[in-house]
Design a protein around this ligand. Sequence first.
Ligand code: CA
Length: 231
Amino acid sequence: MGAAKARILVVEDEPALVELLTYNLERAGYETAVARDGEEAELMIAENKPDLVVLDWMLPYVSGMEICRRLRARAATRQLPIIILTARGEETDRVRGLEAGADDYVVKPFSPRELVARVSAILRRAQPGSDDEILSFDDVQMDMAAHRVTRDGRPVALGPTEFRLLHHFLSNPGRVFSREQLLNSVWGYDAAIEPRTVDVHIRRLRKALNTDGQADLIRTVRAAGYALDVE
Ligand code: CA
């Protein structure tokens, strides 16, 4: 990103909320763009990809959840950081948001300060490593410079959170991490996120890594957490 300002696309149809979001994001030093519905958002992203998308769940025509799924399904936007805004506080709804591919969610009403903190945390995490480090474990290889993961030589498509999660495991193979430790190291900010969030991302990481009946490299340690390990 360098000296250039990170650009945030706000996808929201309520004018008051758009104003609150753009005002606070710009005050925090970000450039903003606004889309009023999902279709407009997709066009804007195709024209000029933002650094992060703040996506409201409740949108006219197509839900934020569906837009999120579509963005994750395309190679060009698979890595695009997405924060979902939701009015629903139910845990199952939040988990659904993460399962649709969001990196984080913020429940309305939210404090602008909290939202800005999450945006900066995700952007910080999304910056690729500057070194040309290559990490490997068993048949998994992670090339930091190319931001690429392969298993047995074949490319593995990971979302930004799964990428960081795997990087953390590859940096500490065999070590067991509790959900709280993973939240601290991988998510990296102080927020009240449910430990269940970790489970959702572990599931996505496993799904991406273990195709064609390959051995599961992530060990679930009952009542303790997770580790990168082989049987
Ligand atoms: Ca809305």
